[in-house]
Design a protein around this ligand. Structure first.
Ligand code: TYD
Ligand code: MG
Length: 450
């Protein structure tokens, strides 16, 4: 019998080494090397694609042949539909709803044979879930199998138009002698599926788990191998789920898809502002609404701040859904430029709905929410904000102001506070909404609380 060959792999980046090392020379992480069996058999039955150099103008364009998944939010995140032959990795924490989302897609997609391969649940369990989601009228096949050679054999018999694998960590390939879920197995099974997708031009969804550190379990390498990486996230305490594209070879990565988890599956939220703005009966202090843009879509979201006297010497700053360093910077600007003594106060900031925002246009709403909580005076719920705040306390213009103004107007806001430098463009987009253009933070204060 041949001697078992082993090697060490970095569980962070997938680099290989013949012996154990403490620090990965490739990604610099410590203590990530694990031993794995790598005895490879000779590869058979994997179709090789004989590539020849082709003139770029001779290559057929297939960009417009995207598959409509009949799930508008998913289409949006994928950049306008599913590209044939692409491999899409859907990552997320356990229980967030990855299997639900994919099964729902499998049931609603039309005119395509779907093969849903599950290594985690039994056929009965999947059927029960499908009953809950509402059965579609299309051809959806379920296969409970974990060996890639068997899966590929079933695929070539069935000829599906789309394959869903739940999950990549449960698969194993006979070409490699390591346990399922290990780095070398993930790499091997993913590359077999990728080769399959590219050869027959069938899209493959791979579901992947996320480790407790928040990275996709298995090597980062998996992210490099696939065409698109989608992250499914959300707060357990809210029913909302956000599908975010982290990498996309066929579209933008700034798109968001928003869903609400209900008892009969995930509902698409096509008008996110409806859920991101909490409806108050009376006006409360510490809340301000920002007109942001995520991807191509304008959204009005609520920022909530609580400013209170610090109980200990060092004031606390805590954020949910917003960058803490950015909050600290904004507080320093308030302190330095406008004389608001926030240095002895605790500041808590929360973006409503469990969303995470990066749009710099949120700055002014954050600053206003903090000021409002500090003086304990509410801001009218018919006012929203769209501007960046600079280090010297100046109110800076933001991109695509016209879209923000029209979205705010559409949702019934009466006033939008923006930078003076955005005034002209904003004016052209507004009909009934009142535009307040400001150039310094002090002006905002007197505008809101004078
Ligand atoms: P699941 O798709 O199994 O998560 P994952 O595959 O990411 O581990 O989601 C399971 C959760 O979703 C579970 O906590 C129950 C909830 N759920 C609903 O609220 N409504 C539904 O219709 C379904 C199918 C699941
Ligand atoms: Mg699952």
């Amino acid at each position: 019998m041949a001697k078992t060959k082993t090697a060490f792999f970095c569980s962070h980046c997938g680099a290989q080494s013949p012996k154990w090392i403490g620090k990965c020379p490739s990604c610099g992480e410590w203590n990530t090397y694990v031993e794995e069996v790598i005895q490879r058999q000779e590869k058979q039955n994997i179709p090789k694609r004989g590539a020849t150099p082709t003139l770029i103008t001779d290559i057929e364009l297939s960009a417009e042949n995207r598959i409509d998944t009949h799930n508008q939010e998913l289409n949006r995140v994928l950049g306008g539909g599913l590209v044939p032959g692409s491999v899409v990795l859907v990552g997320g924490e356990p229980g967030i709803g990855k299997s639900t989302l994919m099964l729902q897609v499998a049931l609603t997609i039309r005119n395509l044979k779907v093969l849903y391969v599950s290594g985690e649940e039994s056929e009965q369990q999947i059927r029960m879930r499908a009953e809950r989601l509402g059965m579609g009228k299309n051809e959806c096949y379920i296969l409970t199998e974990t060996s890639t050679s068997d899966i590929l054999a079933h695929i070539s018999n069935l000829n599906p138009g789309i394959v869903i694998i739940d999950s990549i960590q449960t698969l194993s390939s006979e070409n490699i002698d390591a346990s399922a879920g290990s780095i070398s197995q993930i790499r091997e099974t993913a590359s077999e599926l990728q080769r399959f997708a590219k050869t027959v031009n069938v899209p493959v969804f791979l579901i992947g788990h996320i480790t407790k550190e928040g990275t996709l379990a298995g090597p980062k390498l998996l992210e490099h191998m696939v065409d698109t990486v989608l992250q499914f996230e959300g707060d357990r305490n809210y029913g909302y789920r956000i599908l975010r594209s982290v990498k996309n070879r066929f579209g933008s990565t700034s798109e968001l898809g928003i869903y609400e988890m209900q008892s009969d599956g995930l509902r698409e939220v096509s008008n996110p502002s409806e859920i991101l703005i909490t409806q108050h009966e009376e006006q409360i202090s510490g809340s301000a609404i920002a007109a942001t843009i995520e991807g191509l879509r304008p959204m009005l979201i609520e920022t909530q701040a609580l400013v209170s006297t610090a109980a200990y010497g060092t004031p606390q700053r805590s954020c949910t859904g917003f960058d803490t360093r950015r909050l600290n910077m904004l507080l320093a600007v308030l302190e330095k430029r406008s004389g608001f003594k926030l240095g002895i106060k605790d500041v808590f900031l929360n973006i409503a709905g469990g969303l995470r925002v990066d749009d710099p246009a949120t700055d002014l709403a954050v600053v206003s929410a903090v000021l409002s909580s500090n003086v304990d005076m509410p801001i009218s719920s018919k006012t929203c904000f769209a501007a960046e705040v600079g280090l010297s306390g100046e109110i800076r213009p933001v991109t695509r102001i016209e879209q923000r103004v029209s979205e705010a107007e559409k949702l019934g806001f009466e006033i939008i506070v923006i930078s003076k430098l955005n005034w002209k463009a904003a004016k052209s987009a507004s009909k009934n909404i009142k535009i307040e253009a400001v150039s310094r933070i002090e002006e905002v204060f007197s505008l809101l609380f004078a």
